[in-house]
Design a protein around this ligand. Structure first.
Ligand code: PMV
Length: 361
């Protein structure tokens, strides 16, 4: 779908004061997005598992006010505490989306948000929070123009979410989402995510993701800076080609259940992401010593037990431990006995593949 098809058709309607709420999940990329052109157009396509337990719940309260300056007309609260420091990001999100949803200028907003995971957990909330907010805005658009199809609703929500944070485009739907154009995914797009269109092998249903919280603090280098450093990166072009090839392979694997190849691609993608950081100019390291210890322990456990456990990493020190649901009990003991002590305050989050955002009444 062309970007222009997401422009708004004015119905001339104005809504009375009201509230819309959405619960939107986080996601974990298996093929990573790292490097972009302006306004979150990815340099390569990516694929993620949508999560279930890690989510943001957002209520958007709106009140008609006539044409106003958005900067002055919204308040934002996290767990009932006003967050002035969230305002610049939300203001720039509203500015980016106003071309497509100009009606937002007719209202003042109070945004109440809550994350299921602690704010200081090192888990980026931008994907879940931007998609929850985008879905709230789309619920308003639907009330203004109720002709809209469900496909359009979700595609445009993903399109808007992407303008807030690239990976947020993959947080609207579940269970597996592709964002970025790719030959073997019909209708795939650089501007919104699409649900994986093929039958997924049963082994990947209810796939588990235990997120080991190695470092709960703020990252030293933001993903915005990291993406920017791919611009003059000596290995960038090769990396973008590799991501495309890995995606082609993973699309097959998700259908045929070849879990050995799944592990190879997923772990290689994680390490390549961090290799790009290590070889940026300026270079930086987001892994911690405990990240490496955990990775080595996972490899040893897999070697010794024949388990199908593997890991992936975000742009941070935390480790996502991925495994089929049938190995849950054994791997839980392994995590408790051998990995939890490498987490900050022994903390981890048990998550699994989820089905996407839910509208709350
Ligand atoms: O959406 P951003 O700008 O926070 O970038 C996300 C980048 C990674 O999490 C490292 C990879 C990905 O595809 O989610």
């Amino acid at each position: 779908m062309k970007t222009s098809s997401f422009l708004y058709t004015n119905s001339g309607k104005i809504l009375n004061s009201g509230k819309v709420s959405w619960k939107s999940p986080s996601n974990i990329a298996l093929v990573k997005y790292w490097g972009k052109m302006d306004l979150q157009i990815p340099k390569n396509p990516s694929l993620s598992f949508t999560l279930g337990a890690s989510y943001t719940q957002t209520a958007l309260l709106y009140k008609p006010v006539g044409n106003t300056d958005l900067e002055k007309t919204f308040e934002i609260y996290l767990d009932e505490v006003e967050k002035e420091d969230f305002k610049p990001k939300i203001t720039s999100f509203f500015k980016r989306i106003e071309k497509y949803v100009p009606f937002i200028n007719d209202y003042s907003f109070v945004i109440n948000t809550h994350n299921s995971f602690p704010h200081s957990s090192g888990i980026a909330s931008s994907a879940s929070s931007m998609s929850a907010l985008a879905l709230c805005v789309m619920s308003m658009e639907r009330m203004l123009n109720n002709e809209m199809s469900d496909d359009y609703f979700y595609q445009k929500a993903s399109f808007l979410a992407r303008l807030g944070s690239g990976s947020a485009a993959r947080s609207v739907k579940g269970a597996i989402v592709v964002w970025g154009e790719h030959d073997t995914i019909p209708d795939s797009s650089d501007t919104y995510g699409v649900v994986f269109p093929y039958k997924v092998h049963s082994i990947f249903k209810n796939y588990q993701d235990t997120i080991l919280l190695v470092d709960k603090g703020q990252k030293q280098v933001s993903s915005t800076v990291g993406h920017g450093l791919m611009k003059n990166h000596p290995f960038a072009e090769q990396r973008f080609l590799q991501a495309n090839t890995n995606l082609t392979k993973l699309i097959e694997i998700l259908q045929n259940g070849d879990i050995k190849s799944f592990i190879e691609i997923v772990e290689s993608e994680a390490l390549t992401l961090h290799a790009m950081m290590l070889t940026s100019n300026p270079y930086f390291i987001l892994m911690h010593p405990n990240t490496l210890t955990i990775i080595n322990k996972i490899w040893k456990y897999r070697e010794e037990t024949g388990s199908h456990i593997c890991f992936t990493l975000d742009a941070g020190a935390n480790v996502h431990v991925l495994y089929p649901v049938r190995e849950k009990n054994k791997i839980k003991s392994f995590i408790d006995n051998e990995l939890a002590s490498y987490c900050q305050d022994n903390q981890y989050i048990n998550d699994e593949v989820g089905l996407g955002a839910i509208k709350l009444s």
